[in-house]
Design a protein around this ligand. Structure first.
Ligand code: PMP
Length: 319
C-alpha cells in the first residue's frame, strides 16, 4: 500500500504518498487511542461525489470529542480535505480514510502535551463486492469474542483500538471456514458483525440492535431511512437474540465497504426462505426486501436518484 503514486493530506499539507511517514514513537501506534472513518466516493451521472461525508465527518468529530482529543480542524476543513483528496489523486470511485492520531511527543498515558494530527488518504475502490457475492451473501459464525461494553470503551467512537476485538472475531471465524463473525454484546444479545451492522426481517418488519455495543453505522441509518421512507417498512431498534437471526425471514449486514450483504447462514442454520434450499449458495430472491434495499442503496450511492429518491440528494457532496 505504501509504494504508490498520489498525495496524502496531513494537517493541511499535501505529502507525496511515499513520503507520508510518521515517527515510530507515535503515541497512537503504541496504545491505539485515535479514531478514523471509512468514507466512499462514487462516480455518478453528474461526476464524482462523496456519500454522506457530512455524517462521517461529524462522527469523526464526535469520536475525537468523546476520546478527549483536541483536533485543530473543523468540519469544513475536513470535508474540504476529503474532496481535494479525490481531485488531487484523480479518483472517481474511491475509499477514503480520514484518521486522527496523537503525535510522538511522549508515551505517557496522561497524553499531556501531545499534538493531535489529522490525515486523509484515499485510493481507488470500484465494486468492492462482486454482484454474485452480493447476491449470495455470507456464512457467519456467532463469535466467542464479545463486542465492547459501554463501560469498557466508548462504543459511539470509531476508535482504532476497538479493531483488535473486530480482528479477533473475524479471524477466528475465517480460520474456522466462515466468511464473517456475528458478535454478541457482553450480555449476550446480538451486537454486529466484525465491521458491519446487522438487520433481520421477520413478518415484514425490520429489526436491528439498538446502538449500545454496536457502532452507529451510517449505512445502518441509510438503510433505516430507505426502508421507512421508500419501502414503507416498520423498523425497530431493540435487543435481539441470536436465535432470532436463525429464524428470521431474511438477514443482512450493512457497512460503507460491504454496503448491504445478505446473511445467508448463521451457525449452520440457513436463514429464511433458504431453510429448505438444497444448496446454500443460491442468490437471494429478486423480490426479497434485502434485494430491494440493495437496489435502492446502489442507486442512492451512485447518484441515480430519479423522482422517487430525490429526497436523498443532500447525501451526495460533489468532489
Ligand atoms: N460496525 C463496525 C464495527 C464498523 O467498523 C463499521 C464500518 N465503519 C460499521 C459497523 C458500519 O458502519 P458504517 O455504515 O458507518 O460504515
Amino acid at each position: 500500500l505504501y509504494d504508490s503514486d498520489g498525495w496524502i493530506w496531513l494537517d493541511g499539507e499535501w505529502l507525496p504518498w511515499r513520503e507520508a511517514r510518521t515517527h515510530l514513537l507515535t503515541h497512537t501506534l503504541h496504545y491505539g487511542m485515535g479514531c478514523f472513518e471509512g468514507v466512499r466516493a462514487y462516480a455518478g451521472p453528474q461526476g464524482t461525489h462523496l456519500f454522506r461525508v457530512a455524517e462521517h465527518t461529524r462522527r469523526l468529530l464526535d469520536s475525537t470529542h468523546a476520546l478527549d482529543m483536541a483536533l485543530p480542524f473543523d468540519e469544513a476543513a475536513l470535508i474540504d480535505a476529503q474532496r481535494q483528496c479525490l481531485t488531487r489523486n484523480g479518483l472517481r470511485n474511491a475509499y477514503l480514510k480520514p484518521t486522527v492520531f496523537f503525535g510522538a511527543e511522549g508515551l505517557g498515558l496522561r497524553a499531556r502535551g501531545l499534538t493531535v494530527h489529522a490525515m486523509v488518504a484515499a485510493w481507488d475502490l470500484g465494486d468492492y463486492i462482486s454482484p454474485e457475492a452480493a447476491s449470495i451473501g455470507l456464512r457467519a459464525l456467532t463469535s466467542s469474542w464479545a463486542r465492547h461494553h459501554v463501560n469498557i470503551s466508548l462504543c459511539r467512537a470509531k476508535t482504532n483500538g476497538h479493531y483488535v476485538n473486530s480482528m479477533l472475531a473475524l479471524n477466528t471465524a475465517v480460520k474456522a471456514g466462515f466468511d464473517e463473525a456475528i458478535m454478541l454484546d457482553p450480555e449476550g444479545y446480538v451486537a454486529e458483525a466484525s465491521a458491519a451492522n446487522v438487520f433481520l426481517l421477520r413478518d415484514g418488519a425490520l429489526h436491528t440492535p439498538e446502538v449500545t455495543s454496536c457502532l452507529q453505522g451510517i449505512t445502518r441509518d441509510s438503510v433505516i431511512r430507505l426502508a421507512r421512507d421508500v419501502l414503507g417498512l416498520e423498523v425497530r431498534e431493540r435487543r435481539i437474540t441470536r436465535d432470532e437471526l436463525y429464524i428470521a425471514d431474511e438477514a443482512f449486514v450493512t457497512g460503507t465497504a460491504a454496503e448491504i450483504l445478505p446473511l445467508r447462514e448463521l451457525d449452520g442454520r440457513h436463514i429464511g426462505a433458504r431453510a429448505n434450499a438444497p444448496k446454500p449458495d443460491v442468490p437471494i430472491a429478486e423480490d426479497s426486501v434485502t434485494a430491494n434495499l440493495q437496489r435502492l442503496y446502489r442507486r442512492v450511492t451512485r447518484g441515480e436518484l430519479g423522482d422517487d429518491l430525490g429526497a436523498f440528494e443532500s447525501w451526495l457532496t460533489p468532489a
